[in-house]
Write a protein of this length. Structure first.
Length: 326
């Protein structure tokens, strides 16, 4: 079991907030495959704090997807606190503060991972948000702005203070902000952090692609759980694999081409419901690129799916490539 504040999960993993990916469609498929808790996509705090924005259906959790978390991005403590409070009021069960995003446009505005350069402001933001909400509050971090000893010290300083101030969990991607996704994530840092903050829930993120290896890394670092990000894009089956690995059961075989096709069609149907047919095909391409990795003829299949220009063409391409050829 994984406990984050008053939220209790039967398995120690959940799906990350992914900007441009983790909408209702992706969250639905994650839950269908055994994910106990999902996040909506990253939200800019000044948008989330605007009353008109939170009235839009895509920002409001649906009744069938609790528990659900919201991650906020910003650097103004007052705006971050208001956004967090408003998101809690519209139904989000957990609020997460982003001190990890490495996107250049985010760093230019001194948000996300940039705040690891400003420990005092990072703590001020946390304190403001902690006071504003009563739901569980977590923080997403990277292990420094760069790999220098100065920035690594900043990371541990911030993490210790967050733990002391009542963070319900620290979610850590053990790469520096400037590494982005280069090199391997250094999970030994997570073990060090757990030793320094033994009473705080520590969640590991980064390179969670293989279920058995990820559960093994979690156990070796003696941390409390896993956050699944890129590993869940076009692969909702990773959650049932993680559950099997955690409970000591045989890892399920990868889905058959028929099951892959059925899941893709369901995903596409939900995307059409959310965005409409005119936008759905273009939006869905980033998922088809990832789904096709599981096909035995992935390069050929990816090309066939990516060239579909209309909703009908994409449905036909999926049915033909995954079903009629087998």
């Amino acid at each position: 079991m994984l406990q984050i504040g008053d939220l209790k999960l039967e398995v120690p993993f959940f799906q990350a907030p992914l900007s441009g990916y983790s909408d209702y469609a992706m969250r639905y498929l994650a839950r269908e495959n055994g994910c106990p808790f999902t996040f909506a996509g990253v939200m800019l705090a000044k948008s989330a704090a605007h009353p008109k924005v939170l009235k839009k259906p895509q920002f409001i959790p649906r009744q069938d997807e609790h528990p659900i978390g919201a991650q906020i991005l910003g650097r103004d403590p007052v705006v971050m606190a208001k956004a967090a409070k408003d998101l809690e009021q519209v139904g989000y069960d957990v609020i997460d503060i982003n001190y990890a995003c490495p996107a250049p446009k985010v760093l230019r505005r001194r948000r996300g991972g940039y705040l690891l350069n400003e420990p005092e402001l990072a703590i001020e933001i946390f304190d403001a948000v902690r006071e504003a909400v009563s739901c569980p509050l977590t923080v997403k971090l990277r292990c420094g702005y760069t790999n220098s000893s100065e920035f690594r010290d900043n990371f541990f300083l911030i993490a210790r203070q967050l733990a002391e101030r009542g963070a319900d969990a620290l979610v850590v991607h053990p790469r520096s902000v400037k590494q982005v996704y280069r090199d391997k994530a250094d999970w030994s840092i997570l073990g060090e952090l757990k030793q320094e903050c033994p009473d705080t829930v520590i969640i590991g993120s980064g390179d969670v692609f293989d279920a058995e290896q990820s559960i093994q890394k979690m156990k070796e670092a003696k941390i409390d759980g896993l956050l699944v990000a890129r590993g869940a894009v076009g692969n909702p089956w990773i959650f049932r694999q993680l559950k099997a690995a955690f409970t000591g059961q045989p890892i399920p075989e990868k889905p058959s081409p028929k099951e892959q096709a059925e899941t893709m069609l369901k995903h596409l149907e939900l995307v059409v419901e959310i965005y409409g047919q005119s936008k759905a095909v273009r939006y869905f391409r980033k998922f088809t690129a990832q789904y096709s990795r599981l096909h035995p003829q992935k390069k050929q299949i990816q090309q066939e799916l990516m060239t579909a220009k209309t909703h009908k063409e994409l449905i036909k391409a999926i049915q033909t490539s995954y079903c009629l050829n087998w």
